[in-house]
Ligand binder design. Structure first.
Ligand code: AP5
Ligand code: MG
Length: 389
């Protein structure tokens, strides 16, 4: 997700810039001002409550704002991202926004403040007032809106400066120039954003080979706990010996061994576009650990795939692999294969179910030939990350 807040005094050009930005970055537009005007026009309870305050140029209560904004976000939670215009406008709303983002498993990427002097705001809005039909576009109300902005809204900037999310743009330039400046900020942020993918699927579903191919294609770091553990076995380290024993019994390796290995891998991967995880998280505990690890990088899981393959086909594939050089210790007998599949059912399926409540989990048919499955996943990735390079 890409979430942006546009900030600035009345008449700064927030609405004007939003039109272009929502299209270019495929964002869902939320202007609390427009939402309120709609409630007003529809004569709803909220609209009636807000009516006089808007007419005088005051700020509507945070209580009303939280209601209209939550409603809109909830019904569009599958959006590519949100563009907030005129929100947050108070310190309390800044906290509300953080809370809403947590519910979406996301975060605000930046707050872009369009700066114009007071007299320019007045000049533009009086001009706009000739055709806008907005009753609050008259001088007395404009002056009051500006007063409210200075007293209640401007201090909100501190909240974002402290968190390193504040960006300023000079609004005293042509509309096109302002757009250009904003685009530059957003593109820089996109370049820094990590694209993290988790690949789920039973052993033998192809998630490993697919993950590797995707990592290559989209310049991601492939994080496969199985392979990291195998490396330990190959080098016959102390950890490797322990792991081998667990593998042979079809058991999972304890988190105390896996986590430090992943952490090291994340730390050592510099300048990557993101991570693609395979074979992790496998348990509910590990899913919390992954959230925590990514949080350190101000990041989160952006996309989850679940590769679906029939059980008989899984057994057939694993049995075949067991007879090649790529054999895993648990491929060596049907009994072990079944045990490993059972382990997946017991421990990992609940993790996928949990993710379905909070994330966009995309099921992929893993039965067709490899190239076809890869093509289908690639399409999903490119659709979800239209705004990412
Ligand atoms: P809202 O609708 O958000 O109004 P506002 O903040 O006063 O901002 P405007 O819509 O007037 O200005 P804009 O920055 O969008 O400028 P625009 O692009 O149109 O809120 C209205 C009311 O609702 C508030 O007063 C409050 O009561 C309530 N409310 C809303 N949200 C709230 C919240 N979160 N909490 C509490 N209460 C809330 O541009 C203006 C004009 O300038 C246009 O004519 C445009 O063509 C022109 N223009 C734009 N850019 C340029 C440029 N670069 N050069 C020259 N002209 C330009
Ligand atoms: Mg506006």
């Amino acid at each position: 997700m890409l979430n942006i807040a546009l900030f600035g005094p009345p008449g700064a050009g927030k609405g004007t810039q939003s039109e272009f930005l929502t299209k270019k970055y495929n964002l869902f537009y939320i202007s609390t001002g427009e939402l309120l005007r709609k409630e007003l026009a529809a004569g709803t309870k909220l609209g009636i409550q807000a009516k006089n305050i808007i007419a005088e140029g005051g700020l509507v209560s945070d209580e009303i704002i939280v209601q209209i904004i939550e409603k809109t976000i909830k019904s569009n939670s599958d959006a590519n991202g949100f563009l907030f215009d005129g929100f947050p406008r108070t310190y309390i709303q800044a906290y509300i926004l953080d809370g809403l983002m947590i519910k979406l498993n996301s975060n605000l990427d930046c707050l872009i403040s369009i700066e114009v002097p007071e007299e320019e705001s007045v000049r533009r809005l009086l001009q706009r007032g000739k055709t806008s039909g907005r009753t609050d576009d008259n001088e007395t109300v404009i002056r009051n809106r500006l007063k409210e902005y200075k007293e209640k809204t401007l201090p909100v900037l501190e909240y974002y400066k402290e968190r390193g999310l504040f960006y300023a743009v000079n609004g005293m330039q042509s509309i096109e120039k302002v757009t250009e400046n904003i685009e530059k900020i957003i593109n820089e942020i996109l370049n820094k954003k990590l694209l993290n993918i988790v690949m789920f699927g039973h052993p033998g579903s192809g998630r490993g080979s697919l993950g590797k191919a995707l990592a290559e294609k989209y310049d991601l770091e492939f994080v496969a706990t199985g392979e990291m553990l195998d490396e330990e076995i190959k080098q016959n380290t102390e950890i490797g010996k322990q792991i081998k024993h667990l593998y042979e019994n079809g058991q999972l390796v304890p988190d105390e061994i896996v986590i430090p290995l992943i952490e090291k891998k994340l730390q050592n991967s510099k300048n990557v576009r993101g991570f693609i995880f395979k074979g992790f998280p496998r348990t509910l505990v590990q899913s919390y650990i992954l959230d925590g690890l990514l949080k350190k990088y101000d990041s989160y899981i952006a996309k989850i795939f679940d590769i679906k393959v029939d059980t008989l086909e899984l057994i057939r594939r694993l049995d075949k692999r067991g007879k090649t050089d790529a054999a895993m210790p648990y491929d060596s007998s049907t009994e072990k294969i079944v045990k490993r599949l059972q382990e997946h059912e017991d421990k990992t399926i609940p993790v996928i179910e949990k993710y379905k409540e909070t994330h966009d989990v995309t099921e992929i048919d893993g039965m067709p030939p490899f190239e076809e499955v890869l093509k289908n996943i690639s399409e999903e990735i490119e659709n979800s990350f239209k705004n990412l390079k």
